[in-house]
Write a new protein. Structure first.
Length: 410
RNA sequence: GUGGCUGUAGCUCAGUUGGUUAGAGCGCCAGGUUGUGGCCCUGGAGGCCGUGGGUUCAAGUCCCAUCAGCCACCCCA
């Protein structure tokens, strides 16, 4: 949880605007769903034994006795909305994105907050490998548009319900033989989620997983073909990626294609985005037998990576320094007229010395200052000062000043 | 949930073995220019020293608790 204000908010606006533009270019429509959902939704979709559900969700009973949770991720809510609104009845595929806050009760640290914001994209109703590739191409495109060159895309395929059980069993057998090397956590999850052992950072577990079976050896014909097609299209699109057989997702619902965008400079929380295919989830939530794929992307983490840009801090086009009550009233009126015309105009509402007003104009980075006192109002001519280094000033006519400025800026 | 570190002015921080009135830089306000910003000079405002309790003649300083933040584990975006 964190307040985002003045200079930093510009970065957020830039990121969100860029995301909306890029997602739009790929045919995605925005969707907003509630932050609060029935707890059961997350139990069914994310999986009851995941850490997120077991110990990280903000869950409470409301006055009617329903168990509600703040969403820990976006996919479940989007799919719920998709099913409840029968969006699937329209011709697909359906490409949806959402931007908003998620909540997980974890110990905060760099790049990890209890309320954090995600960009989230989902494609429903398309099984083909092309959407998998398209989604990653889009993510890659977004990262580049944000100016992030050093983000690595890592790709894997987790297989499907046909081929994963055999792999799972092979993993369990493999690690059973090396039980003494595994950490406590891995011993515990060896049978519930053996894939996770591959991802463990403990030295013993890393060593133990040397030579472990790889999922690719167990892919069924369909999964193998799907994965090859995805990689082929990624290559054709010029996306640089790394295949990593150890890439595993933390949520139960993922199958086949999974991917992650990894960035340096974020400390331990180096995943900027992560996602994958979740065949069967839609049906599980009461929809048709339809498959989907999506990813989530952490806004705070993006913000840590995106460089500041000068263009975000541009000040007003004009600052009116008015001296005295009447000139100030005049300026108040003129400012409105010019703002309606599209100019960025500012002034001070209090009676301050010209010096103080000049200082203010300089501080907020106004491009120019119009100095108006009683004499200027009388004569209809005032000084327009250019606030750039040299600071030259010209006498201008007050009549039609707004239009003249607009023409000049156009 | 576990471990480590940090909370003093708007911001970044200093504050000696516990000892008068808690400091600096930056920022802010005003003046140095009768109506002209940046640079410079002068002055000023601004502190429940995170919160609560304890030890002591005396606590920003020592002890306990608590809250918040950061970093790491874990987990994830």
């Amino acid at each position: 949880m964190k307040d985002v204000l003045a200079p930093e908010i510009h970065k957020w606006q830039f990121i969100e605007a860029t995301a909306r533009r890029v997602f739009g270019a790929f045919g995605f429509e925005e969707i907003k769903t509630p932050v609060l959902e029935k707890t059961e939704l997350f139990l069914r979709s994310i999986g009851e034994t995941t850490d997120i559900v077991e110990k990280e969700m903000y869950t409470f009973e409301d006055r009617g006795g329903d168990m509600l949770s703040l969403r820990p991720e976006a996919t479940a809510g989007v799919l719920r909305a998709y099913v409840e609104n029968k969006v699937y009845a329209q011709p697909g595929p359906h490409k949806l994105f959402t931007i908003g806050p998620m909540f997980r009760r974890e110990r905060p640290q760099k790049g990890r907050l209890r309320q954090f914001n995600q960009l989230n994209c989902e494609v429903l109703g398309d099984d083909g490998p092309m959407v998998d590739a398209e989604l990653m191409v889009m993510l890659d495109h977004l990262l580049k548009e944000l100016g992030l060159e050093n983000v690595e895309l890592v790709v894997n395929s987790l297989g499907c319900p046909q081929c994963r059980p055999a792999f799972r069993q092979a993993l369990i057998d493999f690690f059973e033989a090396k039980k003494d090397q595994l950490c406590e956590d891995c011993l515990r999850r060896l049978h519930s989620n053996p894939l996770r052992v591959l991802d463990c950072k403990a030295e013993g577990c890393k060593a133990a997983s040397q030579g472990a079976p790889e999922i690719s050896q167990y892919h069924c014909a369909d999964c193998a073909e799907h994965f090859e097609a995805v990689k082929g299209m990624l290559g054709a699109a010029g996306v640089v990626y790394k295949q990593d057989a150890r890439l595993v997702r933390g949520l139960d619902y993922y199958v086949r294609t999974t991917f992650e965008a990894i960035a340096g400079g974020l400390g331990a929380q180096n995943a900027v985005a992560g996602g994958g295919r979740y065949d069967g989830l839609v049906a599980q939530l009461g929809g048709p037998e339809e498959n989907g794929i999506g990813f989530g992307c952490g806004l705070e983490r993006l913000a840590l990576l995106v460089e500041d840009r000068d263009q975000w801090h541009e000040g007003p086009d004009l600052f009116i320094a008015a001296l005295g009550a009447e000139p100030r009233a005049w300026a108040f009126e003129q400012a409105q007229i010019m703002r309606r015309g599209g100019l960025k105009v500012d002034m001070m509402s209090q009676d301050k010395s010209l010096k103080a007003q000049m200082r203010r104009a300089n501080k907020i980075g106004s491009a120019r200052v119009l100095i108006v006192g009683g004499d200027e109002l009388q004569s209809g001519k005032a000084l327009l000062k250019d606030m750039a280094q040299d600071g030259g000033q010209d006498e201008v006519s007050l009549e039609g000043l707004g239009r003249a400025l607009l023409r000049k800026l156009a």
